[in-house]
Ligand binder design. Sequence first.
Ligand code: PMP
Length: 391
Amino acid sequence: MLDRLSPQAPDALLALIRLHAADPREDKIDLGVGVYRTEDGATPVFAAIKAAEQALVDSQESKSYLGPEGDMGFVNALMPYIFGKDATMGGRIQGMQTPGGTGAVRLALALAQKAGVTRVHMGVPSWPNHAQILADLGMELAPFDHAKADGTADLDAVLAAINGAGAGEAVLLHACCHNPTGIDYTADQWAAIADAFAASGTFPIIDAAYQGLGAGMEEDAAGMRGVLAKVPEAFVAYSCDKNFGQYRDRVGAFYVLAGEKGALDTAFSNANALARAAWSMPPDHGGAAVRIILRDADMTKQWLAELDDMRARMRGVRDALAKAGRAGRIDLAPLGHQNGLFSMLPVTKDEVAALREDHGIYMAASGRINIAGLTHANLPKFIAALAAVAV
Ligand code: PMP
């Protein structure tokens, strides 16, 4: 039976990790993997998470099962950060815990499918797993261009998608820190997007995987909140894996905005059934640690300060890149006003290979770079190598 299976393409980034690990050059630079790094190249556990984990070890009395909705204390404690002061929008928003943002995206798309959505419009390029999940569910992807050549968002393309979507169609947007381009909608663009959703009745699915890594927790949520304020129904897929540094502990949540309580109850009876059939219930540990932090004012302060440091370091790298101006034919200025962990360089596959082979600089074949892989120490080497390769 197993001979009926054909091998699948290996994950390109995992292959890159292996190549990087095997490279003996001491000044090699890893811009591939999508995790935050300090100036020393480390991806440390947040001190606030360490403290919360210790408190969890000291206080947890049972590891008996929770339900498919996970730790609702975690789910509810996050809501003011995501949705603002009126965190339930008058009782119209409810959530459940998921295994990471990936679980949340999977659940959002599976529930949309159950509610009759067959086709999802999405700006490309995007996080590769969006397309993979859609394909796995047998849903159609209707791509539009996310960005223009000048490194800003293509507003006309997203408005055309929202206005042109028919019955049984949804539009998926990134809340902030777009992966892989770093190109976010401006406040004016978000306002136009919210108006288009309201006027067209198209269903929004918002993926928020990097809140706090762009301009700040509140700032990064503003565009999404503007949409939610104007539409009758929407889904939000949320990840704590970057803004709490929880990557492998798989911390996420799925939220539904609906017209009234009855609709929310029905949505979650379906979402719970989907979760039970897929993973039964989410892993507890990371979400419990987030709950402990958010219920303690001092720990919350500590977490926000750590997040501020991360954001400031990435902004510093972006400012330095923009200040450098050019590297060969590459204009680095747009990277200065992009956000989050990622940006795309307009390099060819051959140039990516030359950067790797001749200079020990590792990045995805698409030209996506992890901004946090750059430091004040390795930036001059990176810019010089790019100038030598991208002539
Ligand atoms: N959405 C986007 C846009 C992402 O980039 C990622 C992860 N890199 C996720 C969702 C999923 O995050 P998680 O690691 O929490 O599954």
